[in-house]
Design a protein around this ligand. Structure first.
Ligand code: ATP
Length: 417
């Protein structure tokens, strides 16, 4: 009985408010902070590119590629730019909308067209129209009301990789397709790597790549500024010592060999705060940040261990996946493409490739082991296909581990094949 009361007390006191956090929601990925340290210049670059819209927005359509590795602030900076730019232009009497769509969530031209319509509160018949026809209806609507839309297509690499190229051409060459004399759509294409357009036609590439805004991984002192802002907004005063922030910035800062990923740095900060809370500590000690860091990497660690137990051909499949990732900078790969890369790799190494069904079996097994993730591509592709990705972040360590194991298996082939 006594124990029950105690446990209730624990829950009661933990529910009644945090001694560590002031506004924990500030640490979620969806939060848009009021300041963006070290991205002011990018906002300026985007403004200069879109400045043309201030004069006569219906005379031009602008296209920009925003590229950079994961966690470098592409999404948050573009959203902030879009919303601020929109209000400035509205103040000047220009009708403009900013719409941000994630291509990983809206995985086909059709779905993203529907999302665009829903953002504009434009009812479009759900059935019977193709994506292209729906897009034309949206464009007519914008033309009639003289509205200009800046449409950001986030994770555009994904769409390039998984959609028929005609769909990409339709989007990018919109004004060659539509007979409209006025222009009402501009685009921001967000990509991890602009080289991903290499599979597209030269004319499309030229069309897209005129303006590129590149985001670099964050350095130690840049992460420190970003984290310091979050500390003051999300935490109670004086609970996060400077050395905790320094520790996280040093681990993730690109100039110290880290990934330069602000998302992971903020995640570690939040988890360190939670650990402090659970331990009833009044401060978020550096040790908690260390623990948080290893916890966040632990799951990945276990999966890495599984890789050491794989045989030669599953390892070759993983190496093929890494090769494609390095080339295309997109983490989800169509199974057919992966299989082709695997065959090429086998040929290069003088190995007899395994048959189609066996390759699928290996993929299935690695999914069960937690190494790979699979998902079905959305509608709109010619037939459905399976997309394969790693379930852990692709890092230098992962690649080295796969290569090391691969070498071992190739050296002792007879024992393993
Ligand atoms: N300069 C910055 N100031 C404040 N917060 C930042 C800054 N850059 C990134 N962040 C934060 O880091 C996290 C990751 O940023 P964001 O999602 O914009 O990165 P991304 O480059 O789009 O990553 P991905 O390619 O994985 O989508 C978000 O929580 C974001 O608010």
């Amino acid at each position: 009985m006594k124990v029950t009361t105690k446990l209730e007390d624990i829950i009661e006191s933990s529910l009644s408010g945090s001694t560590i956090f002031k506004r924990q929601e500030v640490l979620t990925p969806e939060h848009i902070p009021s300041r963006l340290p070290h991205r002011e210049e990018k906002i300026k670059e985007l403004t200069v590119i879109f400045r043309e819209l201030t004069n006569d927005p219906s005379s031009t359509s602008i296209r920009v590629v925003v590229s950079g590795p994961t966690g470098t602030g592409k999404t948050v900076t573009t959203k902030t730019f879009g919303n601020l730019f929109k209000s400035k232009l509205k103040e000047r009497g220009t009708k403009i909308e900013y719409i941000h769509i994630n291509c990983h969530r809206q995985r086909t031209l059709y779905l993203l067209t529907m999302e665009l319509a829903s953002n504009l509160k434009l009812p479009i018949p759900v059935r019977g129209l193709s994506a292209q026809e729906s897009f034309r209806i949206i464009h007519d609507y914008l033309a009639k009301r003289n509205i200009h839309v800046i449409l950001t297509l986030d994770e555009f690499d994904y769409l390039i990789n998984t959609s028929p190229h005609e769909d990409i051409y339709f989007l990018v060459r919109l004004y060659d397709e539509l007979s409209s004399t006025t222009r009402h759509m501009s685009y921001i294409f967000i990509m991890r790597d602009e080289q991903n357009v290499s599979t597209l036609d030269r004319s499309i590439k030229d069309h897209m790549m005129r303006n590129i805004v590149k985001f670099e991984p964050y350095k130690v002192r840049e992460l420190k500024d970003i984290l310091t802002d979050r500390v003051s907004e999300a935490f109670q005063p004086n609970v996060v010592p400077e050395e905790t922030v320094d520790y996280i910035s040093n681990v993730y800062g690109h100039d110290k060999g880290g990934s330069g990923n602000a998302r992971l740095a903020i995640e570690v900060l939040e988890m360190a705060g939670k650990i402090a809370e659970i331990k009833n500590s009044p401060v978020v000690l550096m040790d908690y940040a260390k623990e948080a860091n290893s916890r966040i990497n632990a799951e990945a660690g276990e999966i890495l261990e599984e890789i050491s137990y794989l045989e030669l051909h599953p390892l070759l499949i993983l190496k093929a996946l890494i090769n494609l990732y390095n080339r295309l900078k997109t983490s989800s790969i169509q199974i057919g493409r992966l299989e082709k890369e695997y065959r090429d790799l086998c040929q290069e190494l003088g190995e007899e490739p395994r048959r189609h069904t066996q390759v699928y079996e290996y993929v299935k097994r690695m999914k069960l082991m937690g190494i790979l993730e699979t998902q079905q591509s959305g509608r709109g592709m010619r037939g459905r296909t399976t997309l394969i990705s790693f379930s852990v972040p692709i890092s230098q360590d992962l690649e080295s581990l796969i290569i090391k194991n691969l070498r071992m298996k190739l050296d002792n082939k007879e024992d393993y094949v």
